[in-house]
Design a protein around this ligand. Structure first.
Ligand code: PBG
Ligand code: ZN
Length: 325
């Protein structure tokens, strides 16, 4: 006696009835890169379809996103001036604060997440204040200014704050700063398990955040470590994170599943720049059926346990989903 698994595969409506995993436009957060100026829309060579935009263009982009059914974005800022501590990120008239304010003014119904880090704002490209002696980022000095950055985002009107620098204690620090400033209901999405990854290459082109010396291995995680990956996320849950994240996504789906099984918090994956570029260039060269592979990849994220997908493919996926209605 054997089971006839194929019986439920023979009819497409039956296949839809028994499908275990679904992808929806509600699942997505779309990354936007903003810089100063007007009417600027510069395509990134390593990420066709992804642009650096001036704020006015980003505001128009949000209209397009809403029409596609995408209401959540995560903002990255590219400042005019970088310095050793990333002052632009601490300034109420810096690029991120300005972008949040103008986007929320034009689109109060948009859900605006801010990435909280310093690498786009520092002249050395690292994610915080440098400890010259140890040639790494000074954890606790960076915590102090991270609390300030969180308040700048909150005052500008951010709907959720996403610390991405992998400093120990960052969630507790940001939570306390927000609470003390009266932002008790502002949620934190932690980049809780973030690996030191080669897949971030194209992002560093668009965000202009490549480290000028060394790498990020002294603060981001070793891709080889599974137990530590779980512990990082669980620690952020204990510190008060509202949403956990694994980043990159594709090569780490085992970690997504394992954290999911050990938390009751919602989980996000960050489908990073290098993952986007691989599919994009394979598609452009007719090596794969691009749309099919993109959708298969999104389903894999959901199946592994992700509730939220941060992806440069979000607009394309929304178009596919809308066409199949
Ligand atoms: C910076 C940051 C990075 C990404 C988001 N925030 C990368 C890095 O560590 O350089 C990666 C996004 C991507 O590759 O798409 N803290
Ligand atoms: Zn950073």
């Amino acid at each position: 006696m054997f089971q006839r698994f194929r019986r439920t595969r023979l009819n497409k409506h039956l296949r839809a009835l028994v499908r275990e995993t679904h992808v929806s436009t509600d699942d997505f957060i779309y990354p936007l890169f903003v810089r100063s100026g007007e009417d600027i829309k510069t395509e990134v060579a390593s990420m066709p379809g992804v642009y650096q935009m001036s704020i006015d263009v980003a505001v128009k982009e949000c209209q397009e996103l809403k029409e596609l059914g995408i209401y959540s974005i995560i903002l990255f800022g590219i400042p005019d001036v970088k310095d050793s501590i990333g002052s632009d990120a601490l300034c109420e008239h810096g690029i991120i604060a300005s972008a949040v304010r103008e986007i929320k003014k034009a689109h109060p119904d948009m859900f605006v997440v801010t990435d909280l880090c310093f690498c786009e704002y520092t002249d050395h490209g690292h994610c915080g204040i440098i400890d010259e002696v140890h040639e790494t980022v000074d954890n606790d000095a960076t915590l102090e200014i991270s609390g300030q950055q969180a308040i700048v985002h909150a005052k500008a009107g951010a709907d959720m704050i996403a610390p991405s620098g992998m400093m120990d204690g960052i969630i507790q620090t940001v939570r306390t700063s927000l609470d003390n400033a009266g932002y008790k209901d502002l949620p934190i999405m932690s980049y809780s398990t973030k690996f030191a990854s080669g897949y971030y290459g194209p992002f560093r082109d668009v965000a202009e955040s490549t480290p000028s010396f060394g790498d990020r291995a002294s603060y981001q995680m070793d891709p080889a470590n599974r137990r530590e990956a779980i512990a990082e996320s669980i620690s952020d849950e204990a510190q008060g994170a509202d949403i956990l994240m694994v980043k990159p996504a594709l090569a780490y789906l085992d970690i997504v599943r394992e954290i999911k099984d050990n938390t009751s918090l919602p989980m996000a994956v960050y489908n990073v720049s290098g993952e986007y570029a691989m599919l994009k260039f394979a598609g452009m060269n007719d090596l794969i059926d691009y749309e099919r592979v993109v959708m298969e990849t999104m389903i894999a994220f959901k199946r592994a346990g992700a509730d939220i997908i941060i992806s440069y493919h979000a607009k394309e996926v929304a178009k596919m989903l809308n066409n199949n209605r």
